[in-house]
Ligand binder design. Structure first.
Ligand code: BGC
Ligand code: BGC
Length: 855
């Protein structure tokens, strides 16, 4: 079959034309609505590849399942199909509820300690295992619990693990064999800490780089994903039929997210893929047949929809296509509370998703409600006959195949407890090679690279000595933020690696983030780029890099103006419009998110001490690089394809090419872009206003503090915190309200589900002296949610700045309609209260988190 990522040939002519007009976001939206595809989210199984499981049916094993199931109470069966998160379930709960699985989500760790060591993970695995084997005096059967984590670029939840480049970098290596090595190393590190199962690999084929998860995909080209899937699965799981399949140093793998997670409209995470069935199958489904052929044992359902139908509720795809047509005989797991978004479902009610064919419901903090709903449905015979048994059988089959019933507790299995595997020299060597192979040289016009390590080098930029920026999301924390250098033992930043090699070769290197130097260098390496993000928090409106903040560009230009040859090393989870930065650099390297082995970058940038090239560039783009910020979607094979750097591009020392000056027309006015922060530098963000209301006077709407100092109701004065007039001092002279009004209603459903908070950097100058302090949120006319905060205001540290987090869930549980938030934050305060506010926005890291359950 020929490669045709968008299958535009099969689209109605009108839509194909619109797709050709890349960047015309509005137009595309209109045209797609007018041209709604006919399939309406129901698949035709006969059009999909027919397959059989690579693992022959094993009558002996199925008999063991029969025998066990014959002894299981209905409650135990229901337990098997529900998965809870370790932040919300204890081993004691498991003894009562008999859940078949637990996970540790991106923000969940043993003891709630984000940097818990391998030993703590192993102990926790043992504790949950022991609970699952405890039979309450024979009342229940001993069925080992299966423990899953997101080991998506190495065993990234555990301190000291090897951090491999994120998948976008691995795509640029075009090296399927290397994927097998990385997967096997990751599995071994997982097993050392007692974990059975990874939610990887991501087989997404991202088609719109505005998607915050672009970096989790290997390529926009389905052929790359297709060629990687098999080696990845076998590296993780071992070979079906071999003695150590799913055992020893292997784990259970998950192909995710089924299906078209990377095909959503405008690259919106958890959005809707508005595509025909052939595109669904041939582009987004490309990795699944090889993954199934390699014996993958779990498939995770996407949060997203296909033509308006939620994947988590799509029986035609989960049951008819995946299980029946394609012969998948492992189990289907849903994504984090994905069941809540299926029509008829809710956070508590996972029945509709279960009926559609999800075998294990990922109900992190809703497992109890989910369990009770399935149990009630089974007992009242409203579940389709046999559905529960089918799901249980699939889960038990995987547990038996993995030898879990014979294996004993996690700490006694295979390589468990060999913590020296975490970040072992062998694994780091694989990662370092992967880094070298992943680098894509976009420009080297004056042959500044390779650099001579015997000379004087300046190493500058925010990213030069920053493990967080190098590692990206899904690193120790969900968003990959809030970490310290001590959290990365054994890792090396790019700056440290350059300095080490230059030092050894007899040259001089100066590391200075802001680019100030003591001795004029012979060349400068500037490392900069995106700060970490995960999932929807990384979604962009356009492919602009840090709009409104040109500090990196200024640094590049400044160095160049001083006559210093400049090498830019760009860290990012996707291609972004970088023409100005590329013009300001002599050489430009796309380094993606390389992970813990910064040495891989130095190996390619620097010659050796004798002047020889150590390693040439080998990486080529697995994603097309845009010409403007509005050029998305942009994919090879698409009509009118006109990228700045095409799919497959990459120059090298052996094959140089000249780039010359690039157009600096961004394609739109960058100043008009909004951000996650809606109050900062002493003003509401563009389009936002502040509404003040009290018993005296009329409500008024402000976009700045000037003239509000002496207001008789709520007085606002600009004050200095980190910079001049960068904060507001708000004094309630009367009982009254102050609220932040959004330019248009915000949809915060995903943020709420993902435990995102409102983050307020503030100080309590004078706490309220009477009762009645409240926070509120508004959700359109007549809709609001109110949170009393008398208790927390009374205990808040006064006179100290701090970052306070208000979980969005606090509003959702008080009838807030999170899909239509018109004002995400307001204070209602009694007269006399004084607060100073520096910044308000959304995020996941706070110093003090409001406990809204507390009375
Ligand atoms: C993500 C999955 C992940 C799961 C568990 C979800 O939000 O979409 O990729 O495996 O959480 O952390
Ligand atoms: C979890 C992640 C999950 C996300 C859902 C977070 O709170 O820690 O694992 O993927 O929510 O979007």
């Amino acid at each position: 079959m020929s490669f045709n990522p968008l299958s535009t040939a099969r689209l109605p002519a009108r839509r194909a034309l619109v797709l050709a007009l890349t960047g015309s976001v509005l137009l595309a939206g209109v045209a797609i609505a007018a041209d709604a595809p006919t399939a309406a989210g129901t698949a035709h199984p006969e059009q999909w590849p027919q397959r059989r499981s690579p693992i022959a049916p094993d009558p002996k094993l199925e008999k063991r399942i029969d025998a066990l199931m014959a002894k299981m109470r209905v409650e135990e069966k229901v337990g098997q199909v529900v998965q809870g998160d370790i932040a919300s379930i204890t081993p004691d709960d498991l003894k009562t509820y008999r859940l078949g699985s637990i996970l540790a989500g991106g923000s969940s760790d043993p003891g709630g300690q984000y940097n818990a060591p391998g030993k703590a993970w192993l102990q926790l695995a043992d504790d949950f295992y022991a609970a699952s084997m405890e039979t309450s005096g024979g009342k229940y059967n001993a069925i080992p619990v299966i423990f899953g984590v997101d080991a998506v670029h190495g065993h990234n939840n555990v301190v000291g693990a090897t951090l491999f480049p994120h998948n976008i970098g691995l795509g640029a290596t075009h090296d399927p064999a290397l994927m097998g090595e990385i997967a096997a190393a990751t599995a071994a590190e997982m097993r050392a800490t007692g974990i059975d199962w990874t939610f990887a690999p991501t087989l997404a084929v991202p088609q719109d780089d505005r998607w915050g998860r672009t970096y989790e995909g290997y390529s926009e080209n389905p052929a790359v994903v297709r060629s990687y899937a098999g080696p990845l699965i076998q590296g993780l799981q071992g070979k079906p039929g071999s003695k150590d399949f799913l055992k020893g140093a292997h784990v259970v793998a998950t192909a995710k997210h089924f299906l078209a997670d990377g095909g959503t409209h405008e690259g919106r995470d958890q959005g809707d893929a508005q595509i025909d069935e052939a595109t669904l199958r041939d582009v987004h489904g490309a990795g699944y047949p090889p993954a199934l052929k390699a014996g993958v044992q779990a498939v995770m359902v996407s949060f997203s929809s296909w033509n308006g139908v939620k994947m988590s509720g799509n029986a035609s795809l989960l049951d008819a296509v995946l299980k029946k047509r394609m012969g998948f005989d492992g189990f289907v797991v849903s994504d984090w509370n994905g069941h809540a978004s299926v029509p008829g479902g809710s956070r508590e009610n996972c029945v509709p998703s279960f009926v559609a064919g999800v075998d294990m419901i990922m109900a992190p903090d809703t497992w109890k409600g989910c369990y009770e709903h399935i149990l009630a449905a089974e007992n009242s015979h409203t579940l389709p006959a046999g559905r529960l048994d089918e799901a249980v059988r699939r889960i038990l089959r995987v547990k038996f195949r993995a030898g879990m019933f014979e294996a004993g507790k996690p700490s006694t299995r295979g390589v468990a407890g060999q913590f020296e595997l975490l970040g072992s020299p062998e694994h780091r060597a694989i990662a370092r090679r992967a880094v070298r192979e992943s680098l894509v040289l976009l420009k080297n016009d004056r042959n500044v690279l390779p650099l001579d390590p015997r000379k004087t080098l300046l190493i500058a930029g925010d990213g030069a000595d920053d493990m967080m920026m190098q590692s990206g999301g899904w690193t120790l924390s969900w968003q990959g933020t809030g970490l310290t250098p001590e959290d990365f033992p054994g890792a090396q930043t790019i700056g440290a690696a350059l300095r080490e090699q230059v030092g050894k070769a007899g040259g001089k290197a100066e590391l200075s983030a802001d680019g100030k130097y003591t001795a004029k260098p012979d060349a400068a390496v500037v490392v900069f780029g995106e700060t970490p993000y995960a999932e929807f928090q990384g979604d962009l409106k356009v492919l602009a890099y840090r709009p409104g903040d040109d500090r990196d560009l200024k640094l590049l230009k400044k160095l160049k103006a001083e006559g210093i040859p400049v090498v830019a090393v760009f860290l990012s989870g996707r291609p972004l419009w970088m023409n100005r930065e590329i013009n300001a650099s002599d050489a430009f390297v796309a380094a993606w998110l390389p992970g813990s082995e910064g040495g891989g970058v130095a190996d390619v940038l620097l010659r050796d001490a004798t002047g020889k090239v150590q390693h040439d560039f080998r990486g080529t783009l697995s994603y097309s690089w845009p010409r403007t910020v509005v050029q998305s979607p942009l994919n090879v094979g698409q009509p009118g394809y006109d990228p700045q750097f095409a799919y497959g591009y990459g120059v090298s020392y052996a094959k140089p090419a000249k780039v010359g000056a690039l157009s600096e027309d961004a394609g739109m006015d960058l100043a008009s872009l909004g951000s996650e922060t809606f109050f900062s530098r002493g003003t509401p963000a563009t389009g936002w206003t502040v509404r003040v209301q009290s018993k005296v006077g009329k409500p008024r709407s402000l976009s700045q503090a000037s003239g509000q100092k002496d207001a008789p109701d709520v007085a606002i004065a600009p004050i200095d915190y980190k910079a001049q007039e960068d904060s507001w001092r708000i004094e309630w002279k009367q009982d009254g309200e102050l609220a932040f009004i959004a330019p248009r209603p915000l949809d915060l459903v995903r943020e709420t589900n993902g435990n995102v908070m409102l983050l307020i950097t503030m100080r309590v100058d004078v706490p309220p002296k009477q009762k009645g302090a409240e926070l509120f949120m508004e959700c359109g006319p007549g809709c609001s949610a109110t949170l009393p905060i008398d208790a927390s205001m009374a205990s808040a540290p006064s006179d100290a700045w701090g970052k306070v987090g208000i979980p969005l869930k606090c509003f959702a549980s008080r009838n807030g309609q999170m899909g239509n938030v018109s004002a995400p934050l307001g204070w209602r305060m009694p007269a006399g209260t004084v607060l100073s506010v520096h910044e308000v926005g959304f995020g996941t890291e706070a110093q003090h988190v409001l406990d809204c359950q507390a009375k």
